[in-house]
Design a protein around this ligand. Sequence first.
Ligand code: ATR
Length: 276
Amino acid sequence: MTLENYAVIGHPISQSKSPLIHNRHFETVGRKAIYTSYDVLPGHLGAVLEAFQTLGLRGFNVTVPHKVDIIPFLDVVDEEALEIGAVNTVVNREGKWHGYNTDGKGYLNGLKAMTGSCLEQMRVLVIGAGGAARAVTTVLAKHGVKQLAITNRTPARAVDLKANLGRYINIDVLDQSSARRALSSFDLVINTTSLGMNGEDALPMEIENLKTNVYLSDLIYNPLETRWLQIGKSEAKAVQNGLAMFIEQAALAYEIWTEKRADRAFMARMIREEME
Ligand code: ATR
């Protein structure tokens, strides 16, 4: 059996945990495959895809800043990836590049593990309206929740999300002070902003007037516990960091590439051991 090649492209890329999770997982499931990271500057995507085709890559992941710009270079793009407007997983099928987005579904799967199956009954507040928020709000809008609200420092970006997802749900765009005042009405509050990656960052939103039994979700996994989750966990029913989403998006990418089921339990155990 020949060695299969996979990769991740991004800039910067050295911080990515994807090579670690995929290479260790390939080893565990006995797949003869290797996953490499490439630092790719904007403007080089065409050349990189040509090189990947020549080298016979089976698939690759795409991370910041290429998730949107990769789309025109692909032969086929999955419908949900188009709705999100970003691709993070590409597979080579008979010489054609097929693009998917496993961030959205990965987030939803991770979330269901925390909340159980009662998402449809929940009032949800999303903080932030960037790329990550786009993946999260798209899957929540399509899945169906009782209420979906977005608050963002730059309201125009939240208004764009509302317009894009209007066919699934009517999104409430709240300014930051209205969101704070309404906080006690939400069952699930999700931080999709980058606030919390650095210790000195402001909180994405003050933790006050939380509903009893609220769930808090933060997409950040480095650090494992942002100050926001740390403060919120004493009040919340449960909190979840971004590791669940990271593991799920990797598992779903593996499944797209190989059409085999990923060993999620191994992925979760291994990455937690590495990060803790
Ligand atoms: P990503 O793809 O990780 O979501 P992004 O598209 O740059 O990255 O979005 C970052 C999000 O964090 C945005 O919602 C951004 O708010 P703006 O749309 O107003 O820029 C939010 N964010 C980043 N730094 C912030 C800060 N200091 N205060 C409030 N929001 C911030």
